[in-house]
Write a protein that binds this ligand. Structure first.
Ligand code: 3SL
Length: 251
């Protein structure tokens, strides 16, 4: 198994050669997707373009869909939700499809949607992701961090490091054997330094600070908790992610 980490969609090779691609946007898109599926959403469908989201979701009955739109951390006017995982309660999302477009996270998913397997990871479902990788043993894995508008982000890299760190233990392999690029070694070191204070790291992160200015303290706290959800979002068709347990039942 070889793991490579890319810090942004822009740094990710245009042609995906990974057997398994994992998109990460800890603050907050992939944390929101995990939470929506955990609360019983039928699926999550991702868009980089807001107009396309409105057009595609218009074909769905209003009581079967929810539209989530975020730009610059704030909710887009006219949408049902912004991008807070805490909005995804069973009462609000149960049985509905979440159509979502965010500044960076949905772009990360779209840039690897051609991979044979596409997963969404956050700190809250780190273990579910690692369980899948240990069980299925894909030869080549890419973790694509969302970053912020083309720049590196601490919170996504620490999550990539948390996944790599856990794989090293579970597979009893060395960093040299696992790492497909230098970013893996850097991400593991970042995680090792901050694993006991991930919320503290979020307070240093530029996007964490942006969200704090928008009074999203509870979101930061929620997204910093590791291994609290056993939900694994997996792509069923390009751009559409479902709970992996649902996909297993269908086969
Ligand atoms: O960048 C993104 O895709 C978002 O997750 C940003 S935010 O946390 O909703 O502000």
């Amino acid at each position: 198994m070889k793991l490579s980490i890319f810090h942004t969609p822009e740094l990710t090779p245009a042609v995906t050669t990974a057997d398994c691609a994992i998109a990460v946007d800890v603050l907050r898109a992939t944390s929101t997707m995990v939470t929506a599926l955990s609360a019983g959403a039928e699926a999550v469908q991702v868009f980089s373009d807001l107009d396309e989201l409105l057009q595609v979701s218009a074909a769905w009955l209003p009581d079967k869909r929810l539209r989530a739109g975020e730009r610059g951390g704030a909710k887009v006017e006219g949408f049902d939700f912004g991008n807070s995982p805490l909005d995804c309660t069973p009462e609000r999302v149960g049985g509905r499809r979440l159509f979502i477009s965010t500044t960076n996270g949905t772009r990360a998913l779209q840039c690897v949607q051609a991979a044979p397997t596409v997963l969404a990871a956050a700190l809250i479902n780190r273990n579910a992701v690692v369980d899948y990788l240990v069980e299925n043993q894909p030869k080549t894995i890419w973790i694509v961090c969302s970053g912020w508008e083309g720049s590196f982000s601490l919170e996504d890299t620490v999550c990539a490091g948390a996944i790599a760190h856990s794989l090293l233990t579970r597979l009893s392999c060395s960093l040299v054997d696992l790492a497909g690029n230098d970013e893996v070694t850097g991400a593991v070191a970042l995680y090792e330094q901050w694993q006991a204070d991930l919320l503290g790291l979020f307070h240093h992160a530029s996007h964490g600070q942006r969200l704090l200015r928008l009074a999203c303290h509870e979101d930061l706290d929620y997204c910093s908790r590791t291994d609290t959800s056993d939900i694994l979002p997996i792509q069923r068709e390009p751009g559409v992610l479902v709970n992996s347990k649902q996909l297993a039942l269908a086969h």
